[in-house]
Design a protein around this ligand. Sequence first.
Ligand SMILES: Cc1cc2nc3c(=O)[nH]c(=O)nc-3n(C[C@H](O)[C@H](O)[C@H](O)COP(=O)(O)OP(=O)(O)OC[C@H]3O[C@@H](n4cnc5c(N)ncnc54)[C@H](O)[C@@H]3O)c2cc1C
Ligand SMILES: NC(=O)c1ccc[n+]([C@@H]2O[C@H](COP(=O)([O-])OP(=O)(O)OC[C@H]3O[C@@H](n4cnc5c(N)ncnc54)[C@H](O)[C@@H]3O)[C@@H](O)[C@H]2O)c1
Length: 480
Amino acid sequence: MSENAGARRVEQVDEVDVVVVGLGPGGEHVAQSLAQAGLRVVGVEKRLVGGECPYYGCIPSKMMLRAAHTLAEARRVDTLAGQAEVHPDYAPVARRISEEATDDWDDAVAAKRLTDAGVELVRGTGRLDGTGTVVVTTDDGERRLTATRGVVLNCGTDPAELPIDGLAGTPYWTNREAVQVRELPGSLTVIGGGPIGCELTQVFARFGVAVTLLEVGERILGPEEPESSALLEQVLTEEGVTILSGVGIERVRHDETGFTVTLADGGEVASEQLLVAAGRRLAIRDVGLETVGLDPTARSLEVDERMRAGERLWAIGDITGKGAFTHVSMYQGDVVIRDVLAPEGQDGEDFQGADYRAVARVTFTDPEVGSVGMSEKQARAAGLRVLTAHTDLASSSRGWLHGPGGVGLIKLVADADRGVLVGATSMGPTGGEVLGLLALAVHAEVPLATLGSMHYAFPTMHRAISTVVADLQGQLRDGA
Ligand SMILES: Cc1cc2nc3c(=O)[nH]c(=O)nc-3n(C[C@H](O)[C@H](O)[C@H](O)COP(=O)(O)OP(=O)(O)OC[C@H]3O[C@@H](n4cnc5c(N)ncnc54)[C@H](O)[C@@H]3O)c2cc1C
Ligand SMILES: NC(=O)c1ccc[n+]([C@@H]2O[C@H](COP(=O)([O-])OP(=O)(O)OC[C@H]3O[C@@H](n4cnc5c(N)ncnc54)[C@H](O)[C@@H]3O)[C@@H](O)[C@H]2O)c1
């Protein structure tokens, strides 16, 4: 039976303090931290400990981008520093992903980290069976667990399956197959111009694959500022990618030569391979939500500021709909850890709950598209008195001297009434890094006057921010 294991592994447990169902980045963090704090914790995972990010998401895709961007930088030698002949070879990328990033999609190291911390890892599919109870289906049968403190759901997502005529059953790629490729196709059609579609499009294009990107919305990276979408579209197009936005897809055909996508206007796009990157499906349908009075078909799980989704039930990660990012999953995990470990009777005012005003995100194309907080459209929809200003990075001192690859922009969204930033975009070769300063400004509600009076080292990429801040201050002075 159960015991307070501390740093030791618990062998057989039916009643524990906390059960974590799904060990994505946040779930892994919660399970490990609570076990290290002395609680009896079971982590339930049906695939790989760590979830999408280390094996099929952030890490392998960023390794691919690192290689692709190196090729692009090498191609810039001719303009900047002489001559370089570039012969792309995907083999080192596939090798790094397999050997360095994923241990050939084996999670033994992550599992050991967890069990060393005192978590009991149960391999199987977890399902709620009423408040505080989880039934796990394992290879050996079923295991019933009672969680006296509660259950944390971190089930994440799977790639969306599009109901396109002819698609099901064909050997198309999702992100999971795309990060495992060893040999590249000659041509690729990508369905979906979100972060996954854009990042992988640039990877494959830079390795010489002829890529056509199909986006149903009117522009790629739809939730980002229109200026970012336009600039990224220009960059990708200049690199040889064909982008078709505002397209409907009628059907997909597959034969021995590859895929043919028929568009709503009758046009056809043929390619050797097809990648579907058109959003995600929450893995909450079969997790027993109905047994605790929640809707398994919901678009996301509603949570309060303590990440509570119900009685003795927390939810974290992509399933909460607060931003499908690893850092959000980890951030929410920290909130759960605080809530579980909060001293008895601690009242709401002392508790630092989840706050999403300044969620930062970066699409790691080149240029990187970093943004934080609200877009201009969101700020206007929120009824704020909005001021915006932007500058072209290539016309800043550093962007200009950077030369090829120095394109980007800074766009700031301010609340004129409070004189603070509520959103910002930083696009450029180091757009994600420059974003750090802006994320702090939005998070801490740093007054524009303060941002306008600080030093911005010359000639940095982040110095471009000072121009935009000055513009906003000018608008405020002019009575905007
Ligand atoms: C290609 C790609 C690139 C990305 N790049 C970035 C990036 O650069 N930066 C970033 O911040 N984010 C990125 N993301 C998003 C990031 O991967 C996710 O936001 C992150 O993994 C957090 O997800 P999660 O915590 O909700 O759970 P997930 O990582 O989805 O993990 C959930 C886990 O739960 C398990 N599970 C589900 N149901 C059950 C069940 N019933 N029983 C047992 N186990 C179950 C699953 O097997 C899985 O291991 C990327 C995603 C993709 C696909
Ligand atoms: N760098 C990062 O942080 C990063 C990178 C990749 C993914 N992610 C996360 O993973 C999540 C999933 O990424 P994603 O790009 O799959 O999803 P997404 O929902 O962000 O984008 C999907 C895109 O596909 C389009 N689409 C949907 N159906 C379509 C159809 N039938 N035909 C053509 N286009 C269609 C949508 O309009 C949208 O532009 C994102 O929300 C993001 O948070 C983050």
